[in-house]
Design a protein. Structure first.
Length: 154
């Protein structure tokens, strides 16, 4: 799977990035990031993207508004290891926005290049019926605005 170019960005696609240092809690006994921890990092990235960049409180979507954003598909390529204490950048780009689903390109980048590339499909659901639903207008508008933004905002 090729998600990003060597400069860490899909051509002309906006990105949302977060920088972090790999904590002890993300690592196995060998000091290497345990693969499942990347999914925790990616979920935190999505939470931050919705709240910080899209301007909608993720907790309010799930809580009072009863809008769920569950993952229904994840494709991941692990390209290089990350170790405890490494400085990494997590990145997010929108590949496609449908009526009820959203496809994201996710990446983890270290000083020597891409370490993980992933493609995630999220479906908008009602937490009352657990059925898919159209994205609420304010969330759709925020995603469309993000997609139309020519530069990265982190």
């Amino acid at each position: 799977m090729t998600v990003v170019s060597p400069d860490h960005s899909p051509p002309s696609r906006p990105r949302f990035t977060k920088h972090m240092r790999v904590p002890f809690s993300a690592c196995d006994p060998a000091g290497i990031v345990f693969f499942a921890q990347y999914y925790v990092m990616f979920q935190n990235l999505v939470d931050d993207w919705v709240t910080e960049r899209l301007g909608l409180a993720y907790g309010d979507l799930l809580g009072p508004r009863r809008v769920g954003l569950p993952t229904v598909r994840f494709e991941t390529d692990f390209k290089a290891i990350s170790t405890m204490g490494d400085d990494i950048t997590l990145g997010l780009a929108v590949e496609q926005l449908g009526n009820t689903s959203l496809t994201l390109q996710l990446m983890v980048i270290g000083p020597n290049g891409v370490r993980v590339e992933a493609r995630q499909v999220i479906v908008c659901t009602s937490l009352d019926t657990h059925r898919s639903m159209a994205f609420p207008p304010d969330l759709r508008h925020a995603i469309e605005t993000f997609m139309a933004t020519p530069t990265e905002t982190a």
